[in-house]
Ligand binder design. Structure first.
Ligand code: ELE
Length: 211
């Protein structure tokens, strides 16, 4: 069971941008803008029809970015995402079937958890890194501190409700190598094709790791 890859993905940038795309072409533009701003990782959610095609297009057309699939709930989705070129997978909650695929295919995986019991379940499955979702609702940095006290060997990627101005509070915790968030790629920027706004948001996100 190898989960070292998950921590490698979490070490790429202080933020894993979570994107919801409506077409593969704009996904490629988004990924290029993120790379131009210094963020070399992207989580494309499978919440839209275009998600898989977007992962494939980014994997084939954008250099120097680690592309992953988000909102992965089923074994079939996991297999399809990996076949499309996903290098990591993320689920908002526990999805044991997806975890089994991640282990069988030796790919980085960040399953979500909300409670101590869910984190304990994931730990029993061999998971050493979890997405905490929705982080702001679950209790923010204070909650993560409390979770970390009973799971000192785990790391967290809090996601959900985190913005540019609150990310630093999470990243200040030793057990939080990165956060996830959709704020870098706003719906307005995508609708207007404003890739420069995405690049600038990525640049500001990189700066979050400066102490
Ligand atoms: O689709 C998934 O797999 C999710 O778990 C949900 C996303 O991670 C959140 O939508 C990001 O949260 P926001 O930054 O608050 O928008």
């Amino acid at each position: 069971m190898k989960y070292a890859q998950t921590r490698q993905v979490m070490a790429i940038a202080p933020v894993i941008p979570v994107v919801v795309v409506s077409d593969a072409a704009s996904a490629v533009e988004i990924a290029r803008a993120l790379v131009a701003g210094g963020i070399r990782v992207i989580e494309v959610t499978l919440r839209t029809e275009a998600g898989l095609a977007a992962i494939e297009a980014i994997a084939q057309q954008v250099d120097d970015i680690c592309v992953g699939a988000g909102t992965v709930w089923t074994e079939a989705q996991a297999e399809q995402a990996i076949d499309a070129g996903a290098e990591f997978m993320v689920s908002p909650g526990i999805a044991d079937d997806v975890n089994a695929v991640a282990q069988a295919r030796d790919i980085a995986y960040l399953p979500g958890a909300q409670t101590v019991s869910e984190i304990a379940h994931l730990k029993r499955q061999g998971v050493t890194a979890t997405k905490l979702f929705p982080a702001s609702v679950v209790g923010g940095p204070a909650a993560i501190k409390a979770f970390a006290s009973v799971f000192p060997d785990l790391v967290f990627c809090p996601t959900g409700g985190i913005k540019e101005d609150t990310a630093r509070d999470y990243l200040a915790l030793d057990c939080v190598p990165c956060v996830g968030g959709s704020w870098l790629v706003s719906a307005d920027a995508v609708a207007g094709g404003d890739w420069e706004a995405v690049r600038l948001a990525a640049e500001r996100a990189v700066a979050l790791s400066d102490s």
